[in-house]
Design a protein around this ligand. Structure first.
Ligand SMILES: *[C@@H]1O[C@H](CO)[C@@H](O)[C@H](O)[C@H]1NC(C)=O
Ligand SMILES: *[C@@H]1O[C@H](CO)[C@@H](O)[C@H](O)[C@H]1NC(C)=O
Length: 366
């Protein structure tokens, strides 16, 4: 018997949900991504380079089942972090769709093949090196200023979460790329690691000067245990001792350098993610994480499916979730989920000085 003008709880609930939804959209923090193929979401699709993942079977488990430029069968680490902070995935900076309000979600500047050093990845020709990623970040801020003004832009950048993943290529695609590489003639490994760390430190200070105040910095994985290295230079059927030595030298010094920077800046700007430990967990006991293997790539050919590129002609495993590695170098979507889970809630063994859930709680209160 209710008249048409009476109170309708469903309409009211709907309105409340819309209001809430809008509130969250403006509240979700922006997210910026820098680095290499582990976090590139498709910038290289727009470049003349051989470092690309824009054809099948890449993306086979992505929501669209299309290759997007992500070096994964499905989502990559930035996608899953976006999910966790409650926002949509950041678009590649070179995507023509990144304009208008989409800019406020953040942007992904990463480019497969790059390293800390300018001379890393020269064989891939046209890629976006770190200094150029930072130039784009500056350009991005100028574009956002025209949208929301200088003060709001500064806040958006200061309050954003930033992810930077770089360094692995300085070993595999530079120092160890060919026997007697220029860098290996110039430096012994311990000196090379020190050089990388000091160059990386300069890059991170530059990022700070560009406005970043919460930066998640990932170390390298166990470089010598990826299927490519098992296939190319495994020692007695095990991981490559030389690349394992590189990772073992590099990762602790990275954590130490970040701690030093935080002390200098008087704030926990840089948060170290110990990817080495996370990967080592499933390399040593794959079954405990639901994998049948961490030694054989899902997609590839040759020993361990570790040689050459992943293409339509490669071997392809039927169930990608059972493999820690999607291709010769890159984790599967399933492994990426486990990595991000540790980033969110891991103990100080994995995350220092704190995990992302603690960081978000602190930022929410301040
Ligand atoms: C890398 O190259 C850019 C552009 O040429 C230059 O400005 C920058 O100083 C170089 N970085 C290093 C560490 O040499
Ligand atoms: C990380 O996150 C979990 C769950 O939120 C929390 O209980 C734990 O204390 C955190 N650990 C550190 C070291 O911050």
């Amino acid at each position: 018997m209710a008249g048409s003008a009476s109170f309708n709880p469903f309409i009211v609930l709907g309105l409340v949900l819309i209001l809430f939804d809008n509130a969250f959209q403006t509240e979700a923090r922006a997210f910026f991504v820098f680095g290499d193929s582990l976090v590139d979401s498709g910038n290289n699709n727009y470049l003349a380079t051989t470092a690309r993942a824009d054809s099948p079977p890449y993306g086979i488990d992505y929501p669209t089942h299309r290759a997007t430029g992500r070096f994964s069968n499905g989502l990559n680490i930035p996608d899953i972090i976006s999910e966790q902070i409650g926002s949509e995935s950041t678009l590649p900076y070179l995507s023509p769709d990144l304009r208008g309000r989409r800019l406020l979600v953040g942007a992904n500047f990463a480019s497969a093949g790059i390293g800390i050093l300018n001379d890393t990845g020269v064989q891939f020709l046209n890629i976006i090196r770190m200094f150029r990623q930072f130039e784009y970040f500056h350009e991005y801020q100028l574009r956002v200023r025209r949208l929301i003004g200088a003060e709001q832009t500064r806040r958006l950048v200061n309050e954003a979460l930033v992810l930077i993943t770089v360094g692995g290529n300085d070993f595999v695609n530079n120092y160890y790329l060919v026997p007697n590489s220029a860098r290996s003639r110039q430096y012994r490994l311990p000196e090379y690691v020190k050089f990388l760390i000091s160059e990386y430190r300069k890059l991170l200070l530059k990022l700070y000067r560009l406005g970043a105040r919460r930066v998640l910095v990932t170390g390298t994985g166990p470089l010598g245990c990826v299927p490519a290295e098992l296939a190319m230079r495994g020692t007695n059927g095990g991981c490559s001792a030389e690349l394992q030595r590189a990772a073992a030298l590099y990762n602790p010094q990275l954590i130490q350098m970040l701690r030093g920077l935080n002390n200098k800046l008087g704030s926990d700007v840089f948060i170290a993610a110990n990817i080495q430990q996370m990967h080592t967990d499933f390399v040593t006991d794959p079954q405990a994480y639901g994998f049948v293997t961490s030694r054989i790539a899902c997609c590839g050919q040759g020993p361990n499916n570790g040689l050459g590129l992943c293409t339509v002609l490669s071997n392809l495993c039927p169930n990608r979730d059972l493999y820690a590695f999607w291709d010769a170098f890159h984790p599967s979507q399933k492994a990426n989920r486990l990595i991000v889970q540790q980033m969110m809630i891991g103990s100080t063994k994995y995350m220092s000085p704190m995990n992302l859930s603690t960081m978000m709680e602190l930022d929410y209160m301040s």
